[in-house]
Design a protein around this ligand. Structure first.
Ligand code: COI
Length: 357
């Protein structure tokens, strides 16, 4: 640790509506910032959150050379500080995303120390209510100013933090999902496995279309045959079919290696469930539904944790899953993961990084 810290002389705390937190609306007092120049990253420092000067020629605005992460700190129920959940996994994934868009890697221990220091310094922003947390958003972008299509020579890494409630207004209530066969999120050989702005920009049109038609999110199919399932909204997807937990495998390169995905798969294997990471097509899901074998479906992600799917609509057919109710398996994953995060359930895997203050 030992970063230079420049404190904010005016807190943003009072401007937060703690009774209506929502997701990603408020920001805490400080950020961790680090700059890359002349072929190396500096050691990083903590400064007040605030406006940043920017030139119109900022390359990232034009060509999107940017990556990000999302992770959370939870106020422990025993009152002893906070748990930063699986931050090492997110830091490693940031570097995998970096390599796909030609961004220089960042030192994982320095990033972890920066995030811990930030949580410690802004600990009053960690919400006290169960179901709420302090969301950390690391972002790295090309900070050079030029118009040629080429990787930047200069970069900035910033970690901001935001006190958040549940990602969807529906919370853990099952949502209606539209299967998109008009729009795709990612293609093999593209950026689907990177947490980069392009994938989120690519999701906006279909997302808006789904909203207009009364759905919460889109289920993404592969970009070639429009048959194999990739992801749901900004999350990984899991199906419980005839007692088997199935999720699309990562090796196709169009799916993000979700940290919550990994958490769910680890727990499921420990619980003795049959778990399979493989290709699964929308036709297989339809067949399972028709045969009465589609028991549950849910999205997994840091922001929402578990998001049960109550309805999947594909080519005019509505598949109603588990009577639009939260299934027992989805509920068990949610309770166990959040239990570990808040320090109510033993953390056998050392997933939590304990931050004391
Ligand atoms: C997350 O679950 O952290 C996400 O990436 C979703 C999001 C883009 C807010």
């Amino acid at each position: 640790m030992g970063f230079k810290i420049t404190k904010n002389n005016k807190t943003r705390y009072e401007s937060i509506d703690w009774n209506n937190l929502r997701f990603g609306v408020y920001f805490s007092d400080h950020i961790f910032i680090s700059k890359y120049k002349d072929g190396k990253w500096d050691g990083g420092e903590i400064i007040p959150y605030g406006e940043m000067p920017m030139e119109p020629g900022l390359c990232t605005l034009h060509y999107g050379q940017t990556i990000f992460e999302g992770l959370k700190a939870f106020r422990r129920v025993d009152g002893n500080g906070a748990n930063l959940f699986r931050a090492d996994k997110n830091a490693q994934r940031l570097n995998r995303s970096a390599s796909l868009v030609c961004i220089p890697e960042y030192d994982v221990p320095t990033l972890l120390d920066g995030m811990k220091e930030l949580v410690k310094l802004d600990n009053k922003f960690i919400p006290k209510q169960k179901g709420q947390s302090l969301y950390l958003r690391p972002v790295v972008f090309g900070s050079g100013n030029f118009l040629g299509v080429t990787a930047s020579q200069e970069y900035m890494l910033i970690v901001m933090t935001s006190p958040v409630a549940s990602y969807y207004a529906a919370g853990l209530n099952p949502v209606k999902i539209m299967v998109s066969d008009d729009h795709v999120r990612a293609v093999k050989g593209g950026l689907g496995a990177a947490k980069t702005a392009a994938n989120y920009a690519a999701s906006l049109y279909a997302g808006m279309d789904a909203h207009k038609k009364g759905f919460s999110q889109v289920l993404w199919l592969d970009g070639v045959n429009r048959k194999d399932i990739d992801e749901v909204g900004a999350m990984n997807i899991m199906f419980l079919i005839d007692g088997e937990l199935i999720t699309p495998s990562l090796d196709k390169g169009t799916v993000l290696a979700g940290v919550t995905r990994d958490t769910v798969l680890t727990l499921a294997r420990e619980w003795g469930m049959k778990v399979t990471e493989r290709n699964i097509s929308i036709d297989e899901v339809m067949d399972a539904y028709k045969a009465g074998k589609l028991q549950e479906a849910f999205g997994t992600g840091t922001a929402a944790v578990i998001s049960p799917v109550g309805q999947l609509t594909y080519k005019g057919t509505d598949m109603i899953i588990n009577d639009m109710k939260i299934g027992p398996v989805s509920q068990k994953f949610y309770d166990t993961i959040t239990g570990i995060q808040y320090g109510e359930i033993e953390d056998k895997h050392n997933w939590n990084i304990h931050v004391t203050f």
